[in-house]
Design a protein around this ligand. Structure first.
Ligand code: PAF
Length: 281
């Protein structure tokens, strides 16, 4: 597999600058969710760049950064089926942060005011700083992001609009394990027991869509908390229902509008997020 460590090397390796290029930014510890992005990028572009970079500025605690799962050899193995089309970009800090590891400040208005933005201050400044560096340095035709991080996706769409580089942001559906748990690199930090218990998150979200169709937002939140927190060491960080366009949580539903449910749950020390479209008849 072709592995490069600097954006300059990457540019030199891109033989035909006019060929379509798909970028899949990741922090490694790849799973089937990432591979679904890579596969789509490979179908839609001549060349694909996968970046693996654990971005320090989007972590709120140094312990969380230190504990973040890393397994580059396994990542390379998982990417082997795409080898012919793929360049793996594994930058050093100085390639993406030539002036030192520091976030830029952005204003995304309501998009970053709630949920992950409220629970993880500064997180989206870190994400936007690194995604801007990747988009500007690599200039792909398309860049691929998963809907599991739905709030991140909307922030990146807003960032991309501001940058105005003509890059297409492609969103790909959240992928789940057999028991419904949303695939995430952080799942590697769960015990076997926690992994199976964490199925309660999606099961309860599904229940709210199928069987609680006339419940208020407050009732749904109470039910979600009661189911999840019945499990030892599980704690709900937030349960929010918000419109996908402005991401402002609501306390009452308007039948003319579309909504998504957004949740964050601690399973022991590991923080998991999930989101589904709210279905109401
Ligand atoms: O979703 C992720 O893995 C990261 O937030 C991203 C987009 C690669 C930026 O570091």
């Amino acid at each position: 597999m072709l592995i490069v460590h600097t954006a300059e090397e990457l540019q030199n390796r891109m033989k035909s600058k006019s060929a379509s290029l798909g970028l899949v930014p990741t922090m490694g510890a790849l799973h089937q969710g990432h591979l679904s992005l890579v596969s789509r990028a490979a179908n839609e572009n001549k060349k694909v760049v996968v970046s693996i970079y654990v971005n320090p500025t989007q972590f709120n605690h140094s312990k969380d950064l230190d504990n973040y799962p890393k397994d580059i050899d396994k990542d390379i193995d998982l990417l082997k089926p795409f080898e012919k089309q793929l360049i793996l970009y594994v930058p050093s800090h100085s390639d993406l942060y030539p002036e030192g590891i520091k976030s830029k400040k952005f204003d995304f208005g309501s998009l970053t005011a709630h949920m992950e933005g409220a629970s993880r201050p500064g997180h989206f400044n870190g994400v936007a700083t690194i995604v801007e560096a990747l988009l500007v340095n690599i200039r792909p035709t398309r860049a691929y992001f998963g809907e599991k991080d739905f709030q991140q996706l909307q922030v990146i769409r807003a960032l991309n609009q501001k940058l105005d580089l003509g890059i297409d942001i492609v969103n790909c559906p959240l992928q789940r394990a057999e028991n419904g748990l949303a695939l995430s690199s952080r799942n590697a930090l769960l015990t076997k027991e926690q992994k199976s218990e964490a199925a309660v998150i999606y099961q309860t979200l599904e229940y709210l869509n199928k069987s609680a169709t006339d419940w208020s937002v407050g009732e749904m939140e109470l039910y979600f908390k009661s189911k999840v927190e019945a499990i030892k060491d599980f704690k709900v960080d937030y349960f929010s229902i918000a419109s996908p366009s402005d991401l402002i949580p609501v306390s009452h539903l308007d039948s003319r509008k579309n909504y998504r449910i957004f949740v964050a749950v601690y399973a022991g020390k590991t923080r998991l997020i999930d989101t589904i479209e709210l279905v109401r008849k």
